[in-house]
Design a protein around this ligand. Structure first.
Ligand code: GTP
Ligand code: MG
Length: 423
């Protein structure tokens, strides 16, 4: 089962602005006429409720949104780069792989989050005409799109989870009470990935039900399918504990104890998780006798006898589960207010530049981004230089220099150029 995945994402770069001139009859030099570059495509992550695993993304090493097209002549915009959307199951956690920061917890159906932002398109030269220069040779480069590595982790979200030993009838249960079509067979570990279905009660209430792979003794230590899906169980509000009352393979009383032991071994908090006891396979010989023994051993428990084969007793279980789920929902609403589905956007932690004090009123700006921009600037041209200085101010470099102690008239080295700092 694939529940952890790393994917590199890269939003599209903005297209560069165009340097062009108006060429029309009767206009010898018609002025700057270059259009803006298109925006780079964004990368989104979206919940797809048809998915219950990350398996489909297993071979997806990287996802790249389209780059914006360069601006064109006649003030025409370049086309925006194409956005891309990564589809994930409900309950996927998205982290920044570099530092583990949580970027998004996808807990709502069809929730969509922008995870990497496309670069803005550069402005064409038509924006840079001034009184002093009506023929600017300068157009902005496009912004670089955001880039990062994601770690996706699936912690399936369901209101109720079906748990129990292999072959007790969990998948059969799901298939009878929802439209899900899980695999069902008379051998253990038929279910490898959790399956999900929606239970709709006649009174219009409903809940999401997940069918888990079978648990066995030692599951908390990794036996059977072990840990891989115990994580999902943790996110279910209510557990429906299915027990095979036929007693053909094992003893139902022992089964009940072993499963609970494994849950608590895995996470002590699961001890408090509400459980509905579904005593299944009541159609078999000997089931009544086992049920009697079970009830005697656990007089404090409410036990729901049922048969997923003959469909007997299932409604009672669904209503009981619904009640519990509503109780749990009400409880969590009180606390969830605070932690309302936060959507984290990726924000680079480090600024794009660093200021170095070289002494003697000289400063240096270290920044790959600024160096790249500086390459494009014609410093003999006032407008160009002015536009560049404005970009530096926008990036917060002026403020940072000022804060660092840079004064009017100090020299600032940017790339291969020396500029005078004017406050
Ligand atoms: N007699 C009887 N057999 C049942 C009942 N429910 C399920 N079965 C049978 O039990 C076997 C296992 O059923 P599944 O639903 O695949 O069991 P599971 O708990 O999902 O098993 P794993 O996925 O391996 O954990 C199948 O052969 C079912 O037909 C029942 O109520 N009565
Ligand atoms: Mg199954």
């Amino acid at each position: 089962m694939i529940d952890f995945i790393k994917i590199k994402v890269k939003a599209g770069d903005g297209g560069k602005g165009c340097v062009a001139w108006r060429h029309e009859k009767f206009y010898a030099n018609g002025g700057p006429f270059g259009g803006d570059g298109g925006r780079g495509g964004h990368v989104y992550i979206e919940v797809d409720t048809n998915e219950t695993t990350l398996t489909k993304l297993r071979f997806t090493r990287s996802v790249k949104a389209g780059n914006g097209e360069p601006g064109k002549i006649k003030k025409m915009h370049g086309a925006d780069g194409e956005d891309v959307t990564i589809k994930v199951p409900l309950g996927t956690l998205v982290r920044n792989a570099e530092n583990g920061d949580l970027l998004a917890d996808l807990t709502r159906p069809h929730q969509i989050v922008m995870i990497a932002k496309g670069g803005k398109g550069g402005l064409g030269n038509c924006h840079f005409a001034t009184a002093r220069n009506d023929a600017p040779e300068y157009a902005q480069p496009g912004e670089i799109g955001e880039k990062l590595e994601l770690q996706l982790e699936l912690r399936l979200l369901a209101d109720a989870g079906l748990i129990g030993f292999p072959s007790v009838g969990k998948s059969t249960f799901l298939s009878v009470v929802t439209r899900a079509k899980p695999q069902i067979a008379a051998y253990p570990f038929t279910t490898i990935d959790p399956n999900i279905g929606v239970v709709s009660l006649p009174d219009e209430r409903g809940f999401v039900l997940a069918d888990m792979p079978g648990l066995i003794e030692g599951a908390a230590d990794g036996k059977g399918l072990g840990h891989e899906f115990l994580r999902h169980i943790r996110r279910c509000r209510v557990l429906i504990h299915v027990i095979d009352m036929s007693g053909e393979e094992r003893d139902p009383l022992e089964d009940y104890d072993i499963i609970n032991e494994e849950l608590v071994n895995y996470d002590p908090e699961l001890r408090e998780r509400p459980q509905i006891i579904a005593a299944n396979k009541m159609d078999t010989d000997g089931a009544e006798e086992n049920l009697k023994r079970f009830r005697e051993a656990h007089p404090d428990l409410t036990v729901f006898p049922c048969s997923t084969l003959t469909h007997k007793g299932l409604d009672e279980i669904l209503y009981a589960a619904m009640e519990k789920i509503e109780e749990e929902r009400a409880k969590s609403e009180e606390t969830e207010e605070k932690e309302e589905v936060v959507v984290y956007r990726y924000e680079p932690k480090r600024p794009d530049f660093e200021i170095v004090n070289l002494g003697n009123r000289r400063w240096k700006v270290n920044s790959a981004k600024v160096d790249r921009l500086a390459e494009q600037v014609n410093f003999d041209n006032m407008d160009d230089t002015y536009a560049f200085a404005q970009t530096l101010a926008k990036m917060g470099i002026d403020n940072a220099l000022r804060e660092a102690g840079c004064k009017d008239g100090d020299q600032v080295i940017v790339g291969n150029y020396i500029m005078d700092f004017t406050d």
